[in-house]
Write a protein that binds this ligand. Structure first.
Ligand code: IMP
Ligand code: MG
Length: 368
């Protein structure tokens, strides 16, 4: 598939490839062959979007069937108008027919409801619906959809019959609209108030907060496959391998595809993880916007942590040499990451000393 395509003013990136589309169409054809083995259905293709799906499906039907087409129109750009126009009516008498409506995509269901009502008034024996794509989160109707190729999110799609202002229908694979997201990595040494700042940024920019620590705890608590694996390593006193952390991030990215962006807190920690993260994001057409690192004068930080140690009783905050060692570990870990993101022109250092509000303002400015 092409890495990116431009249609009119918008950019689209690969979403579902040929092989996956074809596998689902074959499955639907098999189901129809089975369900209609004693019947002779009338396939009603909804023009223009369903043409590719219709033709691939039809080729795989082994039962006797008839075809007809109906043309409606409701979309303008990437928004449904909710106003369905019948542009071309059926040229067939469908009384007593076993109708299967064939759609490219069911979104709000307004179009489908109109079509069903229209056809139903002509007294067919039955009406079923087959659609290549279904947007369950956008669907506002209760009418059942009998055959579904893929359930997808609300993002705008093109290709395989679907258009963006009349172009893109000829693409033989599905593409998804490329979103502009704000994906921030927040770095900071121990005691810099990274957690607090993450929360403030998350609220202000409406981002999804991804903390690997929280995620591990969630997966272990819920005893997921990932959680079980992580536990094995942790119980043996070993570090959880990069791949496991990355799988966990991947799962989270996939379930949050509606978000405006992410704030990564505590991840990535190594250039290997940073490379893997770039690859994961690229698969979805996303990328890191900025890596913000809170810069804190070491002596000042040591003073602060010692103070915190007195108040909280936290052992690792009470011993200056332990604190200095943590700083050294942090410097060793993050220095290469700063280079990694500097090379991409994405690293920004922010003065991390001051009040929560002051630091927050500096971060907001850095993010822009
Ligand atoms: P509905 O009436 O909201 O269900 O919209 C159905 C029609 O909207 C479909 O037949 C398509 O023509 C169009 N549509 C919905 N979602 C998309 C999309 O992601 N890409 C292209 N067209 C879409
Ligand atoms: Mg359509």
């Amino acid at each position: 598939m092409k890495k990116e395509i431009t249609l009119h003013d918008k950019t689209f990136i690969p979403f579902i490839d040929k092989a996956a589309i074809s596998a689902q169409i074959t499955r639907i054809a098999q189901e129809i062959n089975r369900d209609y083995s004693q019947k002779k259905p009338l396939l009603v293709g909804i023009l223009s979007g369903s043409v590719l799906f219709f033709s691939d499906l039809l080729k795989q039907l082994e039962i006797e069937c008839e075809v007809a087409f109906l043309r409606v129109s409701s979309y303008k750009g990437t928004e449904t108008t909710g106003n369905v126009k019948k542009v071309l009516g059926l040229d067939k008498n469908i009384e007593n027919s076993e109708v299967i409506i064939v759609e490219d995509i069911v979104d709000t269901g307004i179009t489908l409801e109109n079509i069903v009502n229209d056809l139903a008034s002509n007294n067919p024996k039955s009406i079923k619906v087959a659609t290549l794509l279904f947007k369950p989160k956008a669907y506002t109707k209760n009418y059942p959809i009998d055959y579904i190729g893929f359930e997808v999110g609300n993002e705008f799609l093109v290709g395989f019959g679907l258009d963006y202002n009349e172009i893109g229908r000829n693409l033989d694979e599905l593409y998804i609209i490329k979103k502009t997201m704000l994906n921030i990595i927040l770095f900071g040494p121990p005691g810099a108030g990274k957690g607090t700042q993450s929360e403030l940024i998350q609220e202000k920019f409406n981002l999804t907060h991804l903390s690997t620590g929280d995620m591990f705890r969630f997966h272990m608590k819920n005893d997921t496959e990932l959680g079980k694996k992580a536990k094995e390593y942790m119980e043996a006193g070993n570090l959880v391998p990069d791949q496991l952390v990355i799988d966990m991030i991947d799962a989270k990215l996939s379930e949050s595809h509606d978000t405006k962006g992410f704030i990564f807190d505590g991840f990535p920690r190594t250039t290997e993880q940073a490379t893997a993260l770039d690859e994961l994001l690229a698969k979805k057409g996303w990328e890191i916007s900025k890596m913000v690192s809170l810069e804190v004068d070491e002596d000042e930080l040591v003073k602060r942590l010692l103070l915190r140690g007195k108040d909280s009783g936290r052992k690792d905050d009470q011993d200056e040499s332990i604190i200095r060692n943590r700083m050294a570990v942090y410097d060793n870990e993050t220095a290469p990451l700063k280079d990694f993101y500097s090379n991409q022109g994405k690293h920004i250092g922010v003065d991390g000393i001051g009040s929560i509000e002051e630091i927050n303002e500096r971060i907001n400015e850095a993010i822009g």
